[in-house]
Design a protein around this ligand. Sequence first.
Ligand code: AMP
Length: 282
Amino acid sequence: MKIVAKIAELKEILNEYRDQGKSIGLVPTMGALHQGHISLVKRCIQDNDCCVVSVFVNPTQFNDKNDLKHYPRTPKEDCALLESVGCSIVFIPEVEEMYPEEDNRIFDLGSAAEVMEGRFRPGHFNGVAQIVSKLFYAVEPNKAYFGEKDFQQIAVIRAMERQIKTGVEIIDVPIVREDDGLAMSSRNRRLTESQRKNAPKIWETLSKSYNFAKDHSVEETTNFVIDTLNKIPEFKVEYYEIVDGDTLQPIKDWIETKRPVGCIATFCGEIRLIDNITYSVK
Ligand code: AMP
């Protein structure tokens, strides 16, 4: 496995793969890797001759500078884990390499970027589009892999790709959970012991709402989730919205979409966690 910090070196290595007609897959990450990331990496290895994993805590997507400061960074462990699963190249640049000067690009990411995360984390998705587009230009992958844990992000990246037309195929990969149901996240390691004990209640409540939804309205189901979680100590739901899984626009009635998806962001103490569930309401 090669560990590369410079775009020029990365391009040189990847050109050799391309010259030999080999396919290239990209998994963008911010490191502090866990099995959720690894499921993307394994899928990428399966589908491509060369798997590139980027590890870069992207400053432009953090609207909360405190979150950026405390974001876990474990580069040595990340490289060891990636090597053990058969990754070909880890791209692990410094901030100056990705942003030699300020990136002033503003992307038109459409209505999918305006709701939920877009509303509560202003500038977040534009920062995501800045870094993912730079990675697409640097790696020129055939395919890029994204986790459904960040459900809205996938729709936004598809919108970005429609705009910049690099030809990269966007592949989504299901959420990986801990045994107790908590969606794996690099931020989980920042939870206190008691917060960690309560955090699985997010998925437990979403799962309960799956059956609740069968004989309740969208509004009742939304309130059920918010009220249940807000009763747990240290929990404060930022939003719970049931949206059309393709457009990400909120629905009022189940019949408005074939694919209703409930998306949550909740604070657990200082830590902001997200998750989602796809409903099946006939
Ligand atoms: P991050 O390092 O948090 O930016 O995540 C990098 C990629 O891994 C994103 O596409 C995430 O959606 C994906 N990812 C993170 N956690 C999980 C998980 N628990 N299951 C599946 N994919 C995940």
